[in-house]
Design a protein around this ligand. Structure first.
Ligand code: ADP
Length: 278
């Protein structure tokens, strides 16, 4: 709390009033703290692969110089660490772009079915790697919303990638589009749910999942190439689109991440709307 006291005078007369300004600094202190936590986290995340790269370079320069087998193994790990740093920097840039533009809602006309198709094609190789099946339920007719195609692809891709990373061991990953008719005014909403049957998330972690660098299990996330920024990016892009993100999950049963958008018109076959994905 900061207190400022100033006498209010007029043309040299004696002050009849005193201005007392009380400022609550809790919020600005909280923001400053968040900022410095973020910088500390980002530096730590970048330093870890960098330290490992430097270690391997030294080993290659000295002890493993003449061992072809070791050289090959080390170079493979070094390539993985470099890829990790690239992924982290790309995600930091995405996050800062989404945060910077949060006040400007993107206005292109986008068909969510195109977004689903794009993400299916992009994540198919990862699904094969995890021996998982991607099961798609597209919207029955074009699902038009206002938005930015690349950002919406990024939202869905982050959710599907997570479902494959944390959820694929036990079954398929479902991507389901569903129209939710309007309760009052408006044209209703479109929901895309990404559902897995994987390890799930204990309920006490759910409220913090979209915080930057928050992970339920840091080692497990790192092992799977996670950066802890995927859901923070999803949240910011959804805010920018004036959309909603809901998360429901049960440990050992699986998770459902649902993104919801305002429709810009009624779907062509809205006489028989499909069931909303929950
Ligand atoms: P990461 O890059 O670590 O995956 P995210 O921000 O995308 O970061 O996710 C944050 C954390 O939420 C993950 O580290 C993981 O613990 C948890 N998580 C996200 N999606 C799932 C999922 N489908 N199933 C289980 N846990 C998940």
């Amino acid at each position: 709390m900061s207190v400022t006291v100033a006498p209010l005078t007029h043309a040299g007369q004696r002050a009849r009033y005193i201005l007392v300004l009380l400022r609550d600094l809790t919020e600005s202190e909280r923001i400053n703290q968040m900022r410095s936590d973020f910088v500390a986290n980002a530096s730590h995340e970048l330093r870890t692969p960098l330290a490992s790269l430097r270690g391997f370079i030294e080993t290659l320069q000295f002890s493993a110089k003449d061992d072809a087998g070791a050289r090959e193994r080390f170079l493979k790990v070094m390539a993985e660490q470099a890829a990790r740093m690239t992924r982290l920097i790309d995600q930091l840039l995405s996050l800062s772009r989404a945060e910077m533009n949060v006040h400007v809602a993107p206005s292109n006309l986008i068909d969510l079915n195109d977004v689903i198709d794009h993400v299916r094609d992009a994540t198919e190789p990862l699904a094969e790697e995890h021996k998982a099946e991607l099961r798609l339920k597209r919207f029955e007719s074009p699902a038009l919303v206002r938005g930015d195609h690349d950002e919406l692809v990024q939202v869905l891709q982050n959710l599907v990638t997570n479902a494959l990373k944390y959820g694929a061991e036990k079954g398929a990953v479902r991507i389901e589009g569903a129209y939710r008719p309007a309760q009052g005014r408006g044209f209703g909403r479109y929901a895309i749910a990404v559902i897995d049957e994987g390890k799930g998330i204990p309920s006490d972690h759910l409220p913090r999942l979209t915080e930057r660098f928050y992970r339920v299990d840091v080692a497990y996330s790192r092992e799977r190439g996670g950066t802890g920024l995927g859901l923070a990016i999803v949240k910011h892009i959804m805010n920018r689109h004036r959309g909603e993100l809901t998360i429901s999950s049960k440990p050992d049963e699986g998770s459902a991440f649902t993104v919801i958008f305002e429709a810009v018109e009624k779907p062509q076959d809205s006489a028989a709307p499909s069931q909303a994905a929950e």
